[in-house]
Design a protein around this ligand. Sequence first.
Ligand code: ATR
Length: 295
Amino acid sequence: MKYLYLLGYPLEHSISPAMQNAALRQRKIRATRYVKNPLPPDKLREMILALRAPHCLGANVTVPYKQTIMPHLDELTDLAREIGAVNTVLKRADAHGKLIGDNTDAYGFLQALWVRRIRPQNVCAAILGAGGAAAAAAYALAEQGAREIILLNRTLARSIELADRLNQRFPQVALALNDWDALERMHLIINATSVGMVPHADESPLPPKYLVPRRAVVFDLVYNPPVTKFSRDALARGARVIGGLEMLVYQGARAFELWTGQRAPVEVMREAARKALQEMTRAQSSSSRRRVGRG
Ligand code: ATR
């Protein structure tokens, strides 16, 4: 049996195994399984050993390792280096199992826009957040010819660091930091923070005094809950909304294609991810009912 790993910590709430194993079954790749490998943060060495073992074909990397894993890999793709984060590890069979760090988040983000016929060229976009997901979205937009990007993040130092990197690589893109008033003229507003995620589903990353413009497209990268408070508020304003499951599916589809060399069965993956998320949501709400009951 061969394995694809999901490396991160904690991993109880990940729906990637359901999604990737459905794809492996659909493509009849029988002797391979995608499994969670939850290793606490002091176990980075074990993580690299697990990746180098012959039965490992590659991996996805998630919080908190997307950046810390980078110096331990043999090579990085230009994209992973530019974004500053690795979410997919590939193994070069022709080069003694060399570990290559790649990033499929930018592709996943763009694909979710493209399939809705949203073209990033000349777009003015606001990105809430300045972590790995925000960097992937910002690089994708800048690379596709966005006109203006505004980074809105709680920690200014992190936005400055991301803006510096973006500015060096894409000097033609207008960048601004923490200019919340500019929101009203943005075409695309992306939530790349973790605000609004279960168990804090009643929170929104948008301070109450700001509203999403009616004609904007809102892309909330949070997928649990499937409809966040931010998305609900934007829908109520008449904005168009894309949910985070879309990026999850397309980044996973790209990783599947890189690992296996086969076309990803995107619909099968979306359906498996949706079902796993639904089951998790059901389990979460029954456990919170039980907690309320006890209280
Ligand atoms: P990821 O790789 O998924 O992007 P990350 O790098 O940990 O994860 O980034 C999380 C983002 O959510 C950051 O922009 C973080 O803001 P800070 O840079 O200030 O930490 C943002 N975030 C998390 N919790 C938040 C909160 N309660 N309010 C505002 N922003 C928050």
